[in-house]
Design a protein around this ligand. Structure first.
Ligand code: HAM
Length: 427
């Protein structure tokens, strides 16, 4: 017997029972960004591998271990996008959208791919909703991004379950000085570091701050902190951001160990985290990447953004019982027809009803069946009314209208009056 085909590990089907909450999140996000004047951008899922290697950085876990890369038929190395920022920067540069200092406030949503160890909240195909803003150098935009995400948490009813972690990574020079100091300190304790951190000491030492290893963490208590190395401009930028968050009343915690796993960040970095999802508790993360555009060959252009993980938000909504109950409203009516001539007339009537009442949710019985079986299906559909068209009704150009959720009797309605009558029942 042939083996049953299965989806790839870590790549999930999103089944009809789950799509309403996905749609709810996606439409809430799109509506929010409309309110703040952001425009949508749609980007390819495949890009040249070099884009991510240069953008996210060799030495990061994403580039070194997690990319889905392959040679196409033309022997070019392509990669399924592991995130959205690099592709967005490529697109704005390619189309000259940031030329002459033009401000761009963009959002996107879609699947991303990383070869990670699948577990709750961490998948190999996952979905992000993200924002990228170009040519806004000040802390005001950093604040706006955080403020608008806070508004989303409120709209979704999850504010109490998420908290904001904030840090500044300073300028690249400040970071380089700090990196040297950190490496010098950790080298003295090399033997006590966990294996991953020993490897990172040469490839990406700042990531050691993120280590979950208890012994490494205890070594870090005495380590120099990034704050001590921050340049004056970055300090002022960070103070400006904090002052704005204070003014709006958004609470945050400064986390000097928050360094993020992608190389392009400088100055502001932030994460919204929750303790409701176990180990994968970051639901939204981002920061400033003023150096990335020049790295791609563009003129110096400030950039800042974030992305949120849709799977994690779905899990959070479910865990907190915050999924609205009304996401899949029942049909208003279910149309039953008996016999070929009535079935044909039913299709035509249904279309006329949909023309007159664009918001009507109307199901037409398919596949024929006895009165009993069609009625059973009508009931199961959750519809409030059954519309009944048999030979007699057809001859008289009327239709039976039977309430299914109360004891009121069936009435006969002339076809010409049906839309008017149904209009009263729409909600
Ligand atoms: P990131 O931290 O790699 O940042 O991902 C952002 C969010 O995507 C995470 O906080 C998490 O919610 C979700 N996420 C990441 N990996 C997975 C996974 N394997 N399974 C499920 N969810 C995941 C970025 O991607 C940056 N591009 C964000 C950004 C935009 N920074 C500036 N602009």
């Amino acid at each position: 017997m042939s083996k049953t085909l299965q989806a790839i590990r870590g790549m999930n089907d999103i089944l009809p029972g789950q799509t309403p909450v996905w749609r709810y999140l996606e439409t809430s996000f799109a509506r929010l960004l409309d309110q703040y004047g952001y425009s949508e951008i749609r980007l390819p899922i495949l890009e040249f591998t070099e884009l991510f290697a240069r953008g996210i950085g060799e030495g990061t876990d994403v580039v070194d271990k997690e990319m889905y890369s392959f040679l196409d038929r033309n022997q070019e190395s392509l990669t399924l996008r592991p995130e959205g920022t690099a592709g967005c920067v490529r697109a704005v540069l390619e189309h000259g959208l940031t030329g002459g200092g033009q401000v761009q406030k963009l959002w996107y949503a879609g699947p991303m791919f990383r070869y990670e160890k699948p577990q709750k909240g961490r998948y190999r195909q996952f979905h992000q909703m993200g924002v990228e803003v170009f040519n806004q150098p000040g802390p005001d935009i950093d604040a706006e991004l955080i403020i608008l995400t806070a508004r989303l948490w409120k709209a979704l009813g999850v504010s109490e379950a998420v908290s904001l972690q904030l840090n500044s990574l300073g300028s690249s020079e400040a970071r380089a000085r700090y990196r040297d100091a950190l490496v010098a300190y950790l080298q003295q304790h090399f033997d006590q570091l966990d294996e991953d951190s020993q490897r990172r000491l040469t490839s990406n030492p700042l990531r050691i701050l993120d280590s979950k290893n208890a012994q490494t963490q205890s070594l870090l208590v005495e380590a120099p902190t990034l704050f001590e190395y921050l340049d004056e401009e970055s300090k002022a930028h960070f103070e400006g951001l904090k002052a704005r968050l204070d003014a709006v009343g958004i609470a945050y915690e400064i986390n000097p160990k928050l360094v993020r796993g992608l190389d392009y960040y400088g100055r502001t970095v932030f994460e919204w985290v929750t303790d409701k999802l176990g180990a994968q508790g970051t639901v939204c993360a981002g920061g400033r990447y003023d150096g990335l555009i020049t790295q791609f060959g563009g003129k110096p252009t400030p950039g800042v953004g974030f992305a949120m993980g849709v799977e994690r938000l779905v899990l959070l909504l479910e865990t907190l019982d915050c999924v609205p109950k009304s996401l899949t409203p029942a049909p208003h009516a279910y149309l039953c027809a008996f016999g070929e001539p009535a079935e044909q007339a039913a299709l035509k009537l249904a279309e006329e009803l949909r023309n007159s009442l664009p918001n009507v949710r109307l199901l037409v019985n398919l596949g024929g069946g006895s009165f009993k079986s069609q009625f059973k299906k009508a009931d199961k559909s959750g519809a409030n009314y059954a519309l009944i068209l048999g030979e007699d009704e057809l001859a008289k150009q009327v239709i039976g209208l039977k309430p299914l959720r109360n004891d009121e009797p069936q009435q006969l309605v002339a076809w010409a009056d049906l839309a008017q009558q149904m209009a009263d029942y729409l909600n």
